[in-house]
Design a protein around this ligand. Structure first.
Ligand SMILES: Nc1nc2c(c(=O)[nH]1)N[C@H]1C(S)=C(S)[C@@H](COP(=O)(O)O)O[C@H]1N2
Ligand SMILES: [Mo]
Length: 263
């Protein structure tokens, strides 16, 4: 049962890797090289040549898919353009009610109380003092209307407001040369992102959704809104964050989802 689940996730991951590789190559290669390279189709076999391992009948497919996923992380990291903005939309396109998703049902949404809440900041930062919501609301805010894309096959346009995460990282004196930011949530969820994405101008420490304080089901008291990444890289109910050079993984990432998770 578990094996089936892992296998199907990994296969989806492989498809994603192939699709991503195609997209990235098409975007970045000179037209002539592109025509030559992409004549025919880039398959899992072709990709394995790029990754630098060969598929033999005996090879553990799972291990190869993991290797492809790691290659895919590196490729996405290299090709991520920190100045390239995710599309934004008019408010008339906002989906209401916005879809809910978590690894549990809506009846089990975690209720975090504002009273006593502190965002904990750990790792490679100069200032580790925890943050109240009031203190976060006092920082300069920004709003965005962007599309949230979930790997489960749905997407929806929503509006989020909050503190640009790059501003926050500079404010707390984070080591901006560190590799990762890890996030721990009020449920058992956790995830982590690369520094380039953390500093992207649209990455938001979101305190509002559709102009209102974030409702519990959308991640009260705060979530990371990252329109350049897939839904599972947008942690809700964030309680603590850590700036680190030690790979933090994530809830779905540890089960085979691609770590970079670009959208
Ligand atoms: N804490 C927490 N954050 C989470 C999740 C979760 O289960 N717990 N699920 C992720 C996934 S897979 C998606 S698609 C989005 C859904 O966010 P929404 O409920 O605001 O649509 O939250 C992401 N962040
Ligand atoms: Mo998702």
């Amino acid at each position: 049962m578990n094996l089936f689940r892992r296998r199907s996730l990994s296969n989806a991951d492989a498809d994603l890797a192939v699709a991503d590789a195609r997209k990235l190559l098409e975007r970045r290669m000179a037209p002539a090289a592109r025509r030559h390279f992409l004549r025919g189709s880039l398959t899992l076999g072709g990709l394995s040549l790029l990754v630098g391992c060969s598929i033999s009948d005996n090879e553990d497919v799972e291990a190869m898919l993991q290797r492809i996923s790691r290659w895919n992380d590196r490729a996405q990291g290299w090709l991520f353009d920190p100045g390239r903005l995710a599309p934004t939309y008019p408010e008339s396109m906002i989906v209401r009610p916005f879809p809910f998703n978590a690894y549990y049902g809506e009846d089990e949404v975690r209720i975090v109380k504002e009273e006593g809440y502190r965002l904990e900041v750990a790792g490679l930062v100069a200032e580790k003092r925890p943050w109240t919501l009031a203190a976060l609301r006092a920082l300069a805010q920004q709003e965005q209307v962007t599309r949230h894309i979930c790997v489960e096959g749905w997407s929806a346009i929503g509006k989020w407001g909050g503190v640009p995460f790059g501003d926050f990282l500079r404010r707390i004196g984070a080591d901006l040369s560190a590799k990762y930011i890890g996030f721990a949530c009020a449920d058992d969820y956790h995830t982590s992102i690369d520094m380039a994405t953390a500093l992207h101008p649209q990455t938001l420490l979101a305190l509002t959704c559709d102009g209102e304080p974030l409702p519990p089901k959308y991640g009260f008291p705060l979530k990371l809104r990252i329109p350049t990444k897939l839904g599972y890289k947008n942690p809700k109910h964030v309680m603590a964050m850590s700036v680190t050079n030690t790979y933090p993984g994530g809830y779905w990432e540890d089960q085979g989802y691609n770590w970079f998770g670009g959208s």
